[in-house]
Design a protein around this ligand. Structure first.
Ligand SMILES: NC(=O)c1ccc[n+]([C@@H]2O[C@H](COP(=O)([O-])OP(=O)(O)OC[C@H]3O[C@@H](n4cnc5c(N)ncnc54)[C@H](OP(=O)(O)O)[C@@H]3O)[C@@H](O)[C@H]2O)c1
Length: 202
């Protein structure tokens, strides 16, 4: 934990930052200068994914709804798309990497917006998706990569710590709950509209 950080911020950075890193770096093979789109940019993982993708030197587009546009803009993407107004897959833009953090899309829906070697990473996982991923990796071209989240390694935690210390990544905390409010916190989380992370304070 960076010495300058509060416990709340450090707690918010743990798992979500690790999923973002695994999705972009390991599954998505992100490279500097690439065009990267984050679907679900306003959520717990998405707010980290936008910032981590920027730290890799990518040109980042964040997709969120109208009410979250300002918050997402504040974490530094190059562009934002309001999914309630526009369908980014139909805008004639191509991305090297689409990270569907909230798993609301599909490989086939995103295909028109993927470059010739574009990668679609999704947090959804099923045997069918795994087979589809295997097939796409054998056939060249555009790839589907279902993200199999795993516990962060020590190296990944050190990597995240350094980004936090350098100020390249800042946790976005939506709400704080006390321990006795955990059921309410979980209900809010399950609603699927958190803005960044929620934290239980003890
Ligand atoms: N957060 C973590 O610490 C964590 C840890 C491990 C694994 N994961 C996994 O990572 C995945 C993502 O988790 P998360 O915590 O980032 O999710 P989340 O915070 O629950 O995502 C909520 C966000 O998704 C946005 N959203 C909802 N529908 C959308 C749509 N159709 N298009 C674009 N954005 C949409 C919401 O914005 P609007 O309200 O504007 O719709 C909201 O800001 C999940 O599979 C989760 O299990 C998360």
């Amino acid at each position: 934990m960076p010495a300058s950080m509060t416990f709340e911020s450090a707690a918010a950075a743990g798992a979500a930052a690790s999923v973002a890193l695994q999705g972009l770096r390991d599954a998505g093979q992100i490279k500097p200068g690439q065009k990267v789109l984050i679907n679900g940019a306003s959520g717990g993982v998405g707010t980290f994914a936008v910032q981590i993708a920027k730290s890799f030197g990518a040109k980042v587009t964040g997709v969120c709804s109208t009410g979250n546009l300002d918050m997402v803009r504040s974490i530094g993407p190059d562009q934002v798309v309001d999914y309630t107004q526009e369908d980014f897959t139909q805008k004639g833009q191509c991305y090297d990497l689409i990270f569907d953090v909230v798993a609301k899309l599909s490989f086939s829906a995103c295909e028109p917006a993927l470059g010739p070697k574009g990668i679609y990473v999704t947090t959804a996982f099923s045997p069918g998706l795994a087979l589809g991923g295997l097939w796409s990796s054998m056939t060249g071209g555009k790839k589907l990569v279902p993200l199999m989240g795993k516990p962060p390694s020590v190296q990944d935690q050190v990597f995240t710590k350094e980004l936090l210390e350098a100020g390249k990544v800042k946790p976005v905390i939506d709400r704080r709950y006390s321990l006795s409010e955990v059921p309410e916190a979980l209900r809010y989380l399950e609603g699927g509209h958190t803005r960044g992370e929620i934290v239980i304070t003890m």
